[in-house]
Design a protein around this ligand. Structure first.
Ligand code: ASP
Length: 352
């Protein structure tokens, strides 16, 4: 009898606990449903995201698919010879090879990626073909190049004279230390960026992560980089790792990252941001918590490095957070095509 009573009590407790959980889930869903869909929008990391977004908008503005938009958008920095950390003209590894990482993902969990691919100007397009034309998610190195050539991509020299010169300069000391916010410094500007206040100069890493929602509410994301300049041959960062540099879930939202990829991989960063949004956090709060997770695990080391997250939920709301001051993200929608917003950060003054 006592056993049965305990069983009933436990069952009732179980029911009420799950009813409570269900109730709060319902409340969160209702709150989310009450938020209006903001219409088509594209966001991307750093100030070079502005022109990339505008290219993506040529697709989104016409009612096109978010996946086509992000693939189109990130090809702009991939081809930009002034950008030394994405695509062609990217700074090489310590042995002088330009090796590129890229990934793409849609709202249904379809994804493709290439890592350490050489001689191909648009790794993002190869990543999309991995997604659409193979049963795999990730191709690397020689195999990725072989696949690209079979698909009709042209082999080309990605090391430009300018990047080669920078590499020879680096070889004089061969010191390796990723510098904070090199993304901003890297973009061929002299003087301070008027929006972020960051200085010009020579940096050594960078990524464009782009997230889009189209007029039908479909989400997609893309991420592409030449990774850390002067890296060890074979080093792969977070950008082509689904769940690290990029993650999209049509039921929740999407996230992407920039900065020191090793720290993002260690924490499955973009997946974490999406899961935090699933629990009801805003995009900005989810990014902040993911950054804090990285800092809590390596408090001393993270003082000197940058990681930034950018997220968009399924309603088109956007947020970002970074470890260091200086991260910015570009926003483009029907109202404004050249928005650039400084991200909030844990450290509010530059450590670099
Ligand atoms: N996340 C990139 C990597 O680690 C670099 C960057 O965004 O700065 O390869």
């Amino acid at each position: 009898m006592t056993g049965r009573r305990n069983f009933l009590k436990a069952s009732l407790l179980g029911v009420s606990a799950s009813a409570l959980a269900w109730g709060s889930k319902l409340a969160a869903n209702q709150a989310a449903a009450a938020q209006p869909f903001s219409g088509a929008r594209v966001v991307s990391t750093w100030d070079f995201g502005v022109t990339a977004n505008q290219a993506a908008w040529t697709v989104l503005g016409k009612g096109g698919h978010a996946l086509d938009a992000v693939e189109t958008g990130v090809q702009v920095p991939e081809s930009d010879l002034k950008n030394h950390s994405v695509g062609k003209a990217g700074y090489p590894d310590r042995d002088g090879h330009v090796t590129l990482d890229a990934s793409i993902m849609d709202a249904d969990g379809n994804c493709g990626a290439v890592a350490a691919i050489e001689h191909i100007e648009h790794p993002i397009c190869v990543a999309r073909m991995v997604m659409e034309r193979t049963p795999h998610v990730l191709l690397v190195g020689e195999g990725a190049l072989q696949f690209a050539l079979e698909q009709g991509f042209k082999k080309q020299e990605l090391l430009t004279p300018e990047s080669e010169k920078a590499w020879h300069e680096w070889l004089k000391t061969a010191r390796y230390k990723p510098s904070i916010n090199s993304e901003v410094q890297d973009y061929g500007r002299t003087g301070n960026n008027s929006k972020t206040g960051m200085p010009g100069g020579a940096g050594n890493h960078d990524t464009i992560g782009m997230l889009a929602i189209d007029a039908q509410g479909r989400l997609a994301g893309a991420c592409t980089t030449s990774g850390m300049a002067w890296k060890l041959r074979g080093r792969v960062g977070d950008s082509p790792i689904i769940g690290a540099g990029l993650y999209v879930d049509g039921e929740v939202g999407a996230a992407t990252s920039t900065g020191v990829g090793e720290e993002v991989i260690r924490n499955a960063g973009s997946f974490l941001v999406v899961e935090l949004m699933r629990q009801g956090r805003s995009p900005q709060d989810a990014c902040r918590e993911a950054v804090m997770r990285i800092i809590r695990r390596r408090p001393t080391m993270t003082k000197d490095l940058q990681v930034g997250f950018l997220a968009m939920n399924k309603h088109g709301q956007v947020g970002a957070w970074a470890i260091q001051h200086g991260f910015s993200y570009a926003v483009c929608d029907a109202k404004k095509q050249d928005g650039l917003i400084p991200s909030q950060s844990v450290y509010t003054t530059s450590n670099s």
